[in-house]
Write a protein that binds this ligand. Structure first.
Ligand code: FAD
Ligand code: SIN
Length: 542
């Protein structure tokens, strides 16, 4: 007998309680019955950890065209123009949405939203809540969602796989019917059914040993969508944030780019401001350039980190703009008003993802992907700072509109078999998972990092294939657990990253390979066709 007949029916199932998932939930009509699933507690999401802010054109001297241009330049012109325009044009509506929810942003002397600056932006256009913007957004949106009776929250529920009409051998166009999810506390698998399902699961940068991401970022949404038959694009473009703290007690702690935006310098041990040698925009060049320059200097000099220096600013200025960082670093023994901060690049953002249209709909009817899980085409070969939260809000609202327009009160939910784990055993030793997890992340860091070669990528692929086989065998034989679900997804997404990277025979944006250091003239996205990792190169803006 299957282990559970716990079946739940909703109008909309949302996997993820970050900026993307919560925006969708809060933008849907209140008579919709909505489920939100989260792997952990609701604020355990990248959204919560965002420091810098949200990009939007608000200043009179700025313009939508300039935000579009900056995004295209940062993305090495591999951005889909329509997605860039849709996102940038959605800036004001996103700010209005956040203010309406009650998010408190930092104001300037005139009581207007204070705008800070980050790399790649030609203007000040980042709204923020001091240096803890994500916390302000996440806690406010969570509070809102928790106060609505139509939103049902399932914490510590881990979505395992999607249920589609194809899997049930139903006739007609392929559509999403729901998903199976593991209740971590009871270890039971539940069935969630709805005419609409949205994957807002965040990114996949836990694939790397060193990352700014929280533990939830294991690429579950991308892997689930791909297994269900969706195309996934541009997975070779993984962003490394230039400045994560180098400290034994705080491994994934980010030092916001806004610090460089407000004038901090990057220095070598001898004090040299080395970015001036790499790019005329110096510390405010796009992230790919700054991270690569740091990586180059670290390797050239055989040092463990470089320094970020804001000591030339007044103590008041630093404490006013960066209160969280000031306090946290003081606790770690670094007084940033007097001392420089040791920093290194770390994996930060997944630019590729599940291909979606302007409504956030995937290749499967009724299935949406939003936020870092998705590929809208906005980021191209490199995401510009603070554009990703904006994308979460713009596409979360677009999905809500589309779902509303597609809603059919007569939709009939087909009957779905319960999860069957009668043929599997309890795992005998979990050390297999731990071992494979470590090996995967080390492999990705060493062979698929900031600077790549074909040989390193092939080595990585070989290792990943072996790990994948071992993990899949384990998955078939043993009961599912959170770690196993995540590892199965992470190994799949890692393979996607390497397959896409091997197909891009040029260096562009975040994908830099010593074997193809130049850019080719045609602008193409790398598309993974469902099921077999075959890669197609497609012209962008087609
Ligand atoms: P997340 O906020 O990561 O939420 C993912 C959700 O999905 C979580 O609730 C998780 O539990 C859930 N989930 C995942 N898998 C499953 C599953 N299998 N079952 C159930 N639930 C699941 N961007 C900016 O624009 N500005 C910034 O200043 C900025 N700063 C950043 C700082 C840091 C340290 C980091 C890590 C990122 C930053 N980014 C910033 C990027 C930005 O925060 C993220 O891209 C964005 O928050 C992603 O939002 P999301 O809703 O897509 O995913
Ligand atoms: C940061 O604050 O540096 C992160 C901004 C971002 O990732 O967009």
């Amino acid at each position: 007998m299957p282990n559970s007949n716990s079946s739940h029916q909703f109008d909309v199932i949302i996997v993820g309680s970050g900026g993307a998932g919560l925006t969708l939930a809060l933008s849907l009509p209140k008579h919709f019955k909505i489920a939100i699933l989260a792997k952990s507690h609701l604020t355990d999401a990248s959204t919560y950890y965002a420091q810098g802010g949200v990009a939007a054109v608000l200043d009179k001297t700025d313009s939508l065209e300039q935000h579009i241009d900056d995004t295209m330049i940062a993305g090495s012109h591999l951005c889909e123009f329509n997605a860039v325009r849709q996102t940038v044009e959605g800036g004001q509506a996103s700010v209005d949405f956040l203010l309406k929810q009650g998010v408190q942003f930092t104001l300037d002397d005139q009581e207007q939203l204070h705008l800070t600056r980050e790399g790649g932006h030609s203007h000040r256009r980042i709204i923020h809540a001091a240096d803890a913007t994500g916390k302000a957004i996440s806690t406010t949106l969570v509070e809102r969602a928790e106060s609505q009776n139509n939103i049902h929250i399932f914490k510590h529920f881990i979505a395992i796989d999607l249920i589609t009409s194809e899997k049930l051998h139903l006739e007609g166009p392929k559509r999403a019917i729901g998903l199976y999810a593991l209740d971590e506390k009871t270890e039971k698998v539940h069935t969630f059914l709805a005419p609409f399902t949205a994957l807002a699961c965040g990114g996949a940068m836990k694939a790397y040993l060193y990352t700014s991401n929280p533990d939830i970022a294991t690429g579950d949404g991308i892997a689930m969508a791909y297994r269900a038959g969706c195309r996934v694009a541009n997975m070779e473009f993984n962003q490394f944030h230039p400045t994560c703290l180098y400290h034994p007690l705080a491994r994934s702690f980010l030092i916001t780019e806004a610090m460089r935006g407000e004038g901090a310098y990057l220095r070598l041990p001898d004090g040299e401001r080395f970015m001036l040698r790499f790019d005329e925009r110096a510390e405010l060049a796009p992230r790919d350039i700054v991270a690569r320059a740091i990586d180059y200097e670290i390797k050239r000099l055989g040092i463990r980190h470089v320094w970020l220096d804001i000591t030339h600013k007044s103590e008041d200025f630093i404490q006013e703009h960066f209160p969280t960082l000031y306090q946290r670093l003081l606790e770690l023994g670094i007084d940033i008003t007097k001392e420089m901060i040791p920093v290194v690049p770390a994996a930060h953002y997944t630019c590729g993802g599940v291909m979606v249209d302007q409504h956030s709909q995937t290749d499967i009817q009724g299935l949406y992907a939003i936020g870092e899980t998705s590929y809208t085409g906005l980021h191209g070969a490199n995401r510009m700072a603070s554009n990703s939260l904006l994308e979460c809000f713009v596409y979360g609202m677009a999905a809500a509109k589309h779902i509303q327009s597609q809603f059919d009160a007569d939709y009939h939910i087909p009957s779905v078999p319960a999860w069957d784990d009668t043929q599997v055993n309890h795992p005998d030793e979990d050390v297999v998972i731990l071992q494979n997890w470590d090996e995967l992340r080390q492999t990705m860091w060493n062979y698929v990092g900031i600077v790549r070669t074909t040989k390193r990528l092939e080595r990585a692929l070989h290792r990943i294939e072996m790990l994948k086989n071992e993990i899949n065998e384990y998955y078939q034989d043993y009961k599912v657990s959170k770690n196993l679900i995540e590892l199965r997804n992470l190994v799949m997404v890692s393979e996607m990253i390497v397959q896409c990277a091997l197909q891009r025979k040029e260096s562009r944006g975040l994908h830099f390979t010593l074997d193809y250091p130049e850019q080719v003239s045609e602008l193409k996205r790398t598309v993974l066709m469902p099921h077999n990792f075959s890669v197609q190169k497609e012209p962008i803006n087609a």
